[in-house]
Design a protein. Structure first.
Length: 237
């Protein structure tokens, strides 16, 4: 193999690596942007007391956020990258308004502690998902089944109001979303490789990065809520 061919291969590999990094940067950039929008809206909504003045608003917001998640998850191939981005930002904003309720229930110090603990766990497990050579597909499937079970248990506990069951749900919820974070980061890594090898064109890659950001955003928020349930100190109101 001559020097020119080696140089071309090296340049091709460098270009693929650059595209992979760019894809990862977009995914995490949009995820952090979504978290920032949610945090900002949560703070200002809690400060204004909008949810307290409009008790039916959380129900409307809940169904609106569920609708946006389903639209992004199942109809993203039919929309442009711009529309997908706007849907994601809109979801993060509406979810931020809903999340303002935690500032009524828990002290600000415990919310910050839970956020920091979540960031550390998310970072550590995300790194594991990126560097591990183990295929986490079977783990992800098991965790998804466990997630369905914990949702059912949470709904039942709304009627039983068992403190012990609530404690168990909080611990299991943390374990599930720690595992899902590693699994989802590995899936996004595979998408990044596909983009680097040219399997995803520009528009498709943009939409894939938004969907990846939504996935990681949901992992982070759910992990945060379960950590908060486990560690949070409630306001004396």
């Amino acid at each position: 193999m001559d020097e020119k061919t080696l140089r071309e291969i090296s340049q091709s590999n460098a270009g693929a690596a650059d595209r992979q990094r760019a894809f990862f940067n977009r995914v995490f950039g949009w995820m952090f942007a979504g978290l920032g929008v949610s945090a900002l809206l949560a703070y200002h909504t809690a400060k204004s007391g909008v949810l307290l003045k409009n008790p039916n608003l959380p129900i409307v917001l809940f169904f609106a956020t569920i609708a946006l998640v389903f639209i992004l998850s199942f109809a993203i191939n039919k929309m442009s990258a711009l529309v997908a981005t706007l849907c994601f930002v809109g979801y993060a904003a509406l979810n931020g308004v809903m999340l303002s309720s935690v500032l009524y229930v828990y002290t600000m110090s415990s919310v910050m502690q839970a956020f920091c603990a979540t960031a550390l766990m998310f970072g550590a497990t995300g790194l594991y998902g990126y560097v591990t050579r183990r295929d986490l597909t079977s783990v992800g499937s098991f965790l998804f089944m466990a997630l369905i079970g914990i949702i059912i248990a949470s709904l039942l506990n709304m009627f039983f109001r068992s403190g012990a069951l609530d404690f168990a749900i909080s611990i299991i919820g943390v374990i599930i979303f720690v595992g899902l974070t590693a699994y989802d980061v590995q899936k996004i890594k595979q998408l990044a490789f596909a983009h680097g090898e040219g399997a995803l064109d520009g528009e498709t890659a943009e939409k894939a990065s938004i969907l990846g950001a939504l996935t990681l955003y949901l992992d982070f928020i759910n992990l945060f809520l379960y950590v908060l349930r486990f560690l949070g100190n409630r306001n004396n109101r």
